[in-house]
Design a protein around this ligand. Structure first.
Ligand code: FAD
Length: 343
């Protein structure tokens, strides 16, 4: 494999029902940084049926090129035609880096594509940089420059691993939603749109979608909330979440929780923040009765402002908090709500 042939930072621009997913913009934001370091361009790979019009939106968020595969076969996500389309794009356009969101679709698609194009994949990354690999070369060891350094929690979140793929291209990663930041929208930006047809054979038709049933939920996605009031095991039981709901209502925020709360059956999984829950980045994050385990912190440490309330002054949550309040949440939280309502 001639690594020099591979150029550009490519992003899988996930869309569902012809609406681009937030992760597509987040990945473009990160791709822009990486492309600057590598002195190359950013390409969005847009797969779907009747999706060409979305190219301008991708340009507005940083795509220099949009490679479109528009085919009725790609109307709804199915593993086989999407794998075929993305692998063909990679073989044809030879990207140096290929980023895919670690969404339900991306977690299915990414590993299959990496196997199909015979490269590695680092899953569920929380940080991406360009740098030397190995970071420190030992005597007699070759250090390769300008590698994609892919960082992710490993061993149950007990350590952070930085992984590189120095001998194959593209360097592929799936990236956690909510971690990277999209750039400011550039009005009127235009990308170079390239239409590509990889051809679909009967082999690409193993699965037929008969019906799509959308999940019905009355809760707001905590990843979209500007203010989160998050509760942990310190709440003592599901009934005590009422005081957090009152605080959230007074602030115009939403309630989320730690994994201990979900495991106890007090709250549903889609409210869980952390390594095995959702990554959130609200303007204000209240951690109430939450100890601050590394796996929880991994999902909320990028919040703009963190306020912790805990009765144990040695709780690790205070290490990441901007403001800390040591006290019994049963007394502190209702008082806080009262004061906010009064103002
Ligand atoms: P605890 O650790 O029990 O903390 C409760 C806190 O409440 C304590 O600090 C205590 O001082 C305080 N408290 C008690 N009573 C009061 C009171 N009256 N007033 C004020 N404070 C009080 N966890 C996650 O949250 N998200 C994840 O995604 C996640 N993924 C994981 C993945 C793996 C592979 C593993 C191994 C673990 C994961 N965990 C995750 C679990 C994590 O390690 C912790 O066990 C969990 O976060 C603890 O939840 P907690 O802080 O609510 O409970």
């Amino acid at each position: 494999m001639n690594l020099e042939e591979y150029k550009g930072v490519f992003v899988f621009a996930q869309q569902v029902d012809n609406k681009l997913s937030g992760i597509a913009f987040e990945l473009l934001g990160k791709a822009k940084d990486l492309a600057k370091d590598l002195n190359t361009d950013v390409a969005a790979v847009l797969l779907g049926s009747g999706v060409k019009d979305l190219a301008d939106e991708l340009a507005a968020y940083g795509a220099d090129r949009v490679i479109v595969v528009d085919d009725p076969e790609l109307k709804d996500y199915r593993t086989e035609p999407y794998t075929h389309a993305l692998s063909s794009v990679i073989n044809e356009f030879k990207p140096e880096i290929m980023l895919v969101g670690a969404t339900a679709i991306g977690r299915d698609l990414g590993p299959r594509v990496s196997a199909r194009v015979a490269t590695g994949l680092t899953a569920d990354c929380t940080q991406l940089d360009i740098g030397d690999f190995p970071l420190v070369a030992k005597e007699g060891q070759e250090q390769k420059h300008n590698q994609l350094l892919m960082t992710r929690p490993a061993f149950g979140g007990n350590t952070i691993a930085t992984i590189a793929c120095p001998n194959n291209r593209p360097q592929m990663a799936t990236v956690r939603p909510g971690v990277m930041q999209k750039i400011e929208r550039i009005e009127g930006a235009k990308a170079n749109v390239v239409e590509y047809n990889p051809g679909f054979t009967p082999n690409n038709k193993y699965v037929e979608i008969l019906d799509v049933v959308k999940a019905v939920t009355d809760t707001v996605d905590i990843m979209d909330a500007k203010i989160l009031v998050s509760g942990g095991r310190g709440l003592g039981g599901p009934e005590n979440f009422k005081i957090l709901e009152d605080l959230a209502e007074a602030l115009g925020g939403e309630v989320s929780c730690s994994r201990a709360v979900v495991d106890s059956g007090w709250k549903p999984k889609d409210l869980q923040v952390g390594q095995t829950g959702k990554t959130v980045r609200p303007q204000v994050y209240f951690a109430i009765g939450i100890s601050g385990a590394i796996q929880h912190v991994a999902g909320m440490e990028e919040s703009d402002l963190i306020i912790a309330i805990n009765k144990d002054e040695t709780a690790p949550i205070f290490d990441v908090a901007d403001y800390g309040l040591v006290g019994d949440l049963n007394k502190v939280v209702p008082k806080l709500t009262e004061m906010i309502k009064a103002n």
